[in-house]
Each structure stands twice: as C-alpha cells, then as structure tokens.
Design a protein around this ligand. Structure first.
Ligand code: ZN
Length: 152
C-alpha cells in the first residue's frame, strides 16, 4: 500500500465526471488499498478516486464504524434532510453548512464486482452524498449555504 497525494481544489481533475469501473482487477484493489491508507492518514471520513487523481467511479467512507468501499455507486433512495457542517480533504481548513438527505440508500459494487446495497443515516448519509458528488465533479462548496468558514 502507499499514501497517494490528495489533489487540492483548483485542480481540474476534481471537476471531471468519472468513468465507470469495468475491470475488477489488481489495479482496482491497489487503488482501494491506497485510498484507504491515504484517507486514514489524513483523518478523513471519506475519499473519492478523483481526489487521488483517478477518474474512476470509486470512493470509500468510514465514519467510525468500519470501511465501506463503493465502486460504481448509485443513490437508490433518499429521504429527509439535515443541514450541518461539512469539509473536504481537497479543501483543507475550510468548512461550511450543506443540506443533505438524512437517510440514503446506495447500490454499489465491491472490489470483486459483487453488487450490494448499503443504507446510511446522519453523517454516513452525508459522506455518501459528498463522495458520490465527487464522482460527478461536484464539490461541497458548490452547495454551501451561508459562506465558508476558515479553521486552521
Ligand atoms: Zn471531498
């Protein structure tokens, strides 16, 4: 495994739409392993492949109850709403309020290509939405209400 560099806001790779993963091979496993190590080192709760420069529909989430690897994720259902503080490893030190669904059900594939669904509420729902937005070139700042706070 290896730590990869986290791409910062302003890099055009963060504004591209990612391609679906077709090959569930060793390269995908390596990417997921590296993303995991990179996310934990940066103390994030989620990381998307474009944040390490890869335009693939791959993201990971861990809000403290275990790692979830999402390949080709799609939001199947969402309900309710929550407004709260959000940040991004690609925009260090910057935070803002974003409204997200309170509960989200995602369908995705694992690293072997097996399809599964996972439901998250509160922070996990927020993380799923934030990371899946990254796969479509959308950043949390596009959705911030009331301005950005700088906290170093
Ligand atoms: Zn982010």
């Amino acid at each position: 495994m290896a730590i990869r560099n986290i791409v910062k806001e302003g890099d055009p790779v963060l504004r591209k739409t990612c391609r679906s993963v077709l090959n569930f091979d060793d390269k995908l496993a390596q990417l997921l392993d590296d993303m995991k190590e990179t996310m934990y080192k940066a103390e994030g709760v989620g990381l998307a492949a474009p944040q390490v420069g890869m335009l693939k529909r791959v993201c990971i989430v861990d809000v403290g109850d275990g790692l979830i690897e999402l390949v080709n994720p799609v939001i199947l259902e969402q309900s309710g709403s929550q407004t709260g503080g959000e940040g991004c490893l690609s925009s260090p030190g910057e935070y803002g309020n974003v409204t997200r669904p309170m509960e989200v059900t995602v369908r995705a594939q694992d690293r072997f290509g097996n399809t599964f669904t996972v439901t998250g509420t509160e922070l996990k729902a927020r993380a799923f939405c934030h990371e899946i937005d990254h796969l479509n070139g959308i950043l949390f700042k596009d959705k911030v209400e009331g301005g950005i706070r700088i906290e170093k």
